[in-house]
Design a protein around this ligand. Structure first.
Ligand code: NAD
Length: 495
């Protein structure tokens, strides 16, 4: 049964346990990327609303029971949120697809991952939020403890909204911080659902707050606020750098998850069928709006003709369509402006002398922001389409002869988020993985994540790591306590 594109009720802010209008009363339109019709209106928070949300979060942190309650009790809340998400997977997946254009078959999996984010961090806090002790002869026992940091400002993008919001909210709350979330203005529906769920889970007032609104106003006010201790940001590299400048005066602690232009390197001894599956999924899933997308394919000269022929066939068969239809593999891009940007890159590619292979969008889909899955051939590594993040269903293809050359080309880019290597030579697999500059590498694999492992990028793709116990370094303050257990020497000035 095909789900319908239906208008939704308007969305408020969520501050101090209450759904509320913005101070100015201003609303902005939230648009469906499949029809370009308005889905609903969203309360536009600005600096005054951020002020109220931060005040509530600070009060809940300083006075409230959240950071001081027994850990078991706090984690019971976290698990309750996970249960409530699971009860609504279908509905949340529907809202996510309606809002973002991501195919429903993919948003369902993202929502399941979102509840696992909460369960996972409940388990991690219980089992891994542990300190260390350092015995110093018979004189001292030194030990570390972890304490929550304070008010966490979380700023998220639109490309996998619910999954990325929960990826930050879960560790922030589980470790005892209070939260102000500023979700992307282009995808507010499921963020609002998260507020409803947290409300239903009856977290103490002020522990979790949402301010919808634009980056330059609501987001910037959150970053500059002196009572916000840390900012976890996921989004474009250029926004990350603006945020770091804006947060400098208040000495913010930052986690930065930024853009990518990740290579997939296929050697001539690889399992080509599996490499092809992984390559096609890795760039065209999530409509190509995926930070870890393998947007640069490097093919060994010996296999390029065979691989490109198979690639063309597969790409031509990808099912483009209504994001709410079960069979859809690629849906419309988030917004007209982003659609124009991605289409613009196809023109740039032609101007630069590359060959653009793309399909026609049928008349029935003309209202939506569709870009047909595209392959760009005859690419030189210096071209803009090989260097810049396009963030759409567009794959650039390059070729190589020697291992050393492909490593050089793979690294000759400002980003360093992910990388994928395909070869059946075990030594080469490790060797290349070690040499490609990126935070995360997969060998003979698509992007399968183990939540215990560190997630993050190098170079212009990010600063810091989240995931597993790595998130604790960011979301908690580690304190060292030195305890004298003997009669150590104390200088006796003035005696
Ligand atoms: P964006 O940078 O435009 O916006 C992200 C968020 O930042 C939004 O909520 C926006 O309102 C806010 N924002 C914008 N300007 C701000 C400012 N001056 N101060 C505070 N907040 C501000 O990013 P986007 O277009 O929503 O997302 C796509 C980008 O995100 C891509 O570059 C993608 O690679 C990246 N991304 C990275 C990861 C990762 O883990 N590394 C994951 C997903 C997406």
């Amino acid at each position: 049964m095909l789900l319908k594109h239906q208008a939704q009720k308007d969305i408020s802010l969520y501050i101090n346990g209450e759904f509320t209008k913005s101070i100015s009363g201003t609303m902005f339109n939230n648009v469906n990327p499949f029809t370009n019709e308005v889905i609903n209106q969203v309360a536009e928070g600005r600096s005054g609303d951020i002020e109220q949300a931060v005040k509530a979060a600070k009060q809940a942190f300083v006075e409230g029971p959240w950071k001081t309650m027994k850990v078991k009790k706090r984690l019971a809340y976290i698990n309750r949120i996970a249960d409530l998400i699971d009860e609504e997977v279908e509905n949340i997946a529907y809202l996510e697809s309606l809002d973002t254009g991501l195919p429903i078959s993919q948003t369902r999996k993202m929502v399941s991952r979102a509840s696992e984010n909460f369960r996972f961090y409940a388990r991690m806090v219980e089992s891994r939020l542990v300190g260390e002790t350092y015995q110093v002869d018979d004189e001292f026992i030194n030990y570390t403890i972890h304490q929550p940091v304070g008010v966490a400002g979380l700023i998220t993008p639109w490309n996998a909204p619910f999954m990325l919001e929960t990826w930050k909210v879960a560790p922030a709350l589980a470790t005892g911080n209070t939260v102000v979330l500023k979700p992307a203005e282009l995808s507010p529906l499921t963020a609002n659902k998260l507020a409803e769920i947290i409300h239903k889970a009856e977290l103490p007032k002020g522990v979790f707050n949402i301010v919808h609104g634009f980056g330059e106003t609501a987001g910037a006010a959150l970053v500059k606020h002196p009572d916000v201790t840390l900012i976890s940001f996921t989004g474009e590299t250029i926004t990350g750098s603006t945020i770091m400048k804006n947060g400098a005066d208040t000495l913010k602690r930052f986690s930065m998850e930024l853009g990518g232009k990740s290579p997939i390197i296929v050697f001539d001894d690889a399992d080509l069928d599996r490499a092809l599956d992984a390559c096609v999924w890795g760039i065209y899933s999530f409509n190509g709006e995926r930070c870890t997308a393998n947007s640069r394919l490097f093919l060994h000269e010996n296999i390029k003709e065979k691989f490109i022929a198979a690639l063309k066939q597969r790409v031509a068969n990808i099912k483009v369509g209504d994001p709410l239809a079960e069979e859809t593999q690629v849906g419309p891009l988030i917004h007209k402006e982003h659609w124009e940007k991605v289409k613009g890159y196809l023109e740039i590619a032609k101007e630069e002398g590359a060959e653009v292979i793309t399909g026609e969008i049928p008349a029935s889909l003309q209202k939506g922001n569709f870009v047909s899955p595209t392959i760009i051939l005859n690419v030189d590594n210096n071209m803009r389409v090989a260097q810049e993040e396009i963030f759409g269903p567009v794959l650039t293809v390059l070729t190589f002869k020697e291992e050393a050359d492909v490593i050089k080309m793979a690294n000759d880019v400002k980003y360093g988020l992910a990388g994928y290597v395909w070869t059946n030579d075990i030594k080469r697999g490790h060797r290349v993985a070690h040499q490609v500059d990126s935070g995360m590498l997969w060998v003979n694999a698509q992007n399968v994540r183990d939540l215990r492992t560190p997630f993050g990028g190098s170079k212009h793709s990010g600063i810091g790591r989240e995931g597993g116990h790595y998130s604790f370094e960011f979301y908690t303050e580690q304190k060292i306590i030195h305890v004298a257990i003997g009669e150590h020497h104390i200088p006796q000035f003035g005696k």
